[in-house]
Every structure is written in structure tokens, then in C-alpha cells.
Design a protein around this ligand. Structure first.
Ligand code: FA5
Length: 340
């Protein structure tokens, strides 16, 4: 066979292959083009390779060189078409066991923790009563956790055994002794230091006490704090707000009761009980902000008065959902959590 004829046939083969690979519109047309040109037995490239044996021996090196060039250009045209149609991924044969008509497996969606849900709802309720949310740090200094709240150094609430003091604590300076806050009342001080009345805020978050865990206590729990300071605020306002709050969260049949109590930062102070299904349950403490506290943040107690309250979030959530043991919230057992 004459070299010129062979070379012409090779050129024709390359042109046809490149054209067909470029024209392939899906995996099927691409595969039939691949079999036609690159097929190991009957492919046209294979046929051309066989024909090379008919070229005269002196022309063979040139024929071989050209054959290799054509082979390479056909192979890269195939690879380019494959890339174009599959986005680079390797095409696998369809899985014969796959049935597109069967219902799929739903991924399990997580949910927010019941206490987070509770706090969102409490935020909503208090928001409707005009209270905005304020935040404070969980690592507090003694001044905000005790001193400014009228809790003097010798008060039993400051006992190291009653609190989580941090090991880095300095001694003697209330601004450099740190502890995990034992109540959210700290935020009352932070807000009043930063802002002039009128004040109408709530604050929610974790507090820490070295209490032994039992059905109603946990060493880390959540409180919702409320503070309202304005002209002529009275105990009646406090009771109305707490009643509205409880009736919205727990239901209209809930009653509220104040029992005389003592907190160093409120005067008078009360324990707040809610009646629910014939039982009176303590939810927290409250009272009128002590004039000393108002004075300490630079307010004039002759001009403004205020009320404050602090309730246990876990206890509210437990009451609402009939949870009998606070420890359930912290076990991370999905069988419990997915019920909310
Ligand atoms: C206080 O913490 C005051 N700061 C409340 C307050 C705020 C009074 C503003 C006046 C003005 P008390 O220590 O009673 O108060 O805690 C309030 C509520 O937190 C309790 O009624 C209870 O519902 C909840 N609580 C207390 N200790 C725990 C605990 N270990 N585990 C779960 N909840 C608790």
C-alpha cells in the first residue's frame, strides 16, 4: 500500500472521529462512537493499525509516527467528550437493584433543645409586654454578682462552697475575683450601669451553683430575669406582669401567689408561686428594687422605682410539659428530646 494513501486514510479517520465525539449528545452516542473508533476488536483505529503492515518497510517509520499522532488525537477527543457529558465523573453502569419508585429514606432532622424552645417562647411573651432582651457574661466578677446587689462580703451566699469561684481569683478586690454567675440578677446591674431609666428588660441564660443534682435541682440551670425601672412602678405592676406571663405560658387557669421572702437586692421581696393542677409550685424570687441598689448605679430612688424577678426556666418548662425530673434535660437522650 502506498504511504500517501495510508496517510490520507489516517487523516480522514482522525477527522471523522473528532467530529463524531464532538457531536455525541449523551453517554449512549458517545459509547457507540467509542466502539466505532477505539473498539479493541472492530474499531477503525485497530483496522488502520493492521493496514500499516501493508505499507512498504522503508515507509513504515513515518507511517507509524503519523499513526501514533492520530491515535492520540482521537483518544483526547474521546476524553474531552466524556468530560463534557459527565462533568468529569466516571460513568457507572446503572445499579440493577435501584428502584426509583420506592419511597426514599428521610434524613433525621434535629430539633432545638426543649429549654432553647422554652426560652424563645418566653422571649416572645415578654417581648409582647414591651421587654427587650439584654445579655450578660457567665463568668462574672464579685461586684456584679454580689457587691452591687447589696450582698456584703460576710453574706453566706458568697461562701466559696456555695459558688463556683475560678482558680485565678485574686483576693480582696471585687473587680478581680471571678466566678461562674450564680444568678442572672447580675444583668440588672450591667443594664442599669449602662442606661438611664426607663428600663424594661429581660435576660436569660445559664447560672451555676454547686447544688447536688436531684429531680428539681441541677448544678447548671437557666434563669429568666426581668427588670422594670420607671416612675411610680409598684408591686401591683410586678404581680400583673408575672400573672400575665404565667397565664400566657402555662394557661389561663394558672394562679399566682406572693409569699414574703428576703433578697438583699429587693425590698420588699417575695417568693413567686404558681398554682397548677391544685399544687402551688415555687418558680422564683421577685421584689421591688432596693433603693440602695438604685443609688449604687447612680439612679435617684426618690425619682424612680422598679421591680425585678428571677425565675427558673427548667421549672417552667417542666411544669408546662409534665417533666418530672430536671436531669432528663441534660442526658442527651434523643428518645426524650424528640418529644418536644
Ligand atoms: C434568685 O436567684 C434571685 N436572683 C431571684 C430574684 C431575682 C429575686 C430578682 C429578686 C429579684 P433563687 O435562688 O430563689 O433566687 O432562684 C430562683 C429560681 O431558680 C428558683 O425558684 C428555682 O426555680 C431556680 N433554681 C434555683 N436553684 C436551682 C437549681 N439548682 N436547679 C434548678 N433550678 C434552680
Amino acid at each position: 500500500m502506498a504511504l500517501a494513501v495510508f496517510l490520507q486514510e489516517l487523516d480522514e479517520l482522525a477527522r471523522a472521529a473528532v467530529e463524531q465525539f464532538a457531536a455525541a449528545v449523551d453517554g449512549e452516542t458517545l459509547e457507540s462512537a467509542r466502539v466505532a473508533f477505539l473498539g479493541a476488536k472492530q474499531g477503525r483505529l485497530k483496522a488502520a493499525q493492521k493496514q500499516m503492515g501493508n505499507v512498504g518497510p522503508s515507509d513504515r517509520p513515518l507511517a507509524g509516527k503519523r499513526f501514533n499522532e492520530v491515535k492520540q488525537s482521537i483518544e483526547s477527543a474521546y476524553a474531552a467528550a466524556q468530560q463534557r457529558l459527565t462533568g468529569g465523573s466516571v460513568r457507572r453502569p446503572p445499579d440493577p437493584t435501584f428502584d426509583a419508585t420506592l419511597p426514599g429514606i428521610r434524613p433525621q432532622l434535629g430539633k432545638r433543645h426543649p429549654l432553647t424552645q422554652t426560652m424563645e417562647e418566653l422571649k416572645d411573651i415578654m417581648g409582647r409586654l414591651g421587654f427587650t432582651v439584654a445579655d450578660g457574661p457567665e463568668v462574672e466578677d464579685e461586684r456584679h454578682n454580689f457587691e452591687a446587689l447589696n450582698i456584703p462580703r460576710e453574706h453566706p451566699a458568697r461562701d466559696p462552697l456555695e459558688n463556683f469561684y475560678l482558680a485565678t481569683a485574686g483576693v480582696g478586690d471585687p473587680d478581680s475575683v471571678f466566678l461562674l454567675r450564680s444568678q442572672t440578677s447580675t444583668v440588672q446591674i450591667r443594664v442599669m450601669e449602662a442606661k438611664r431609666p426607663p428600663i424594661r428588660i429581660i435576660s436569660m441564660g445559664r447560672v451555676y451553683r454547686p447544688d447536688t443534682a436531684d429531680a428539681t435541682h441541677y448544678p447548671m440551670f437557666h434563669q429568666i430575669e426581668g427588670l422594670l425601672v420607671d416612675h411610680r412602678v409598684t408591686m401591683a405592676d410586678l404581680k400583673s406582669v408575672l400573672r400575665l406571663f404565667a397565664q400566657t405560658y402555662l394557661g389561663s387557669e394558672v394562679h399566682i401567689r406572693f409569699r414574703p421572702s428576703f433578697f438583699p437586692f429587693t425590698e420588699p421581696s417575695v417568693e413567686v408561686d404558681y398554682q397548677w393542677k391544685d399544687n402551688w409550685i415555687e418558680f422564683g424570687g421577685a421584689g421591688m428594687v432596693d433603693p440602695h441598689v438604685l443609688q449604687a448605679v447612680g439612679y435617684d430612688p426618690e425619682e424612680v422605682t422598679g421591680f425585678a424577678f428571677g425565675l427558673g426556666v427548667e421549672r417552667l418548662c417542666m411544669r408546662r410539659h409534665g417533666v418530672t425530673d430536671i436531669r432528663e434535660f441534660y442526658k442527651n437522650d434523643v428518645r426524650f428530646l424528640q418529644q418536644f
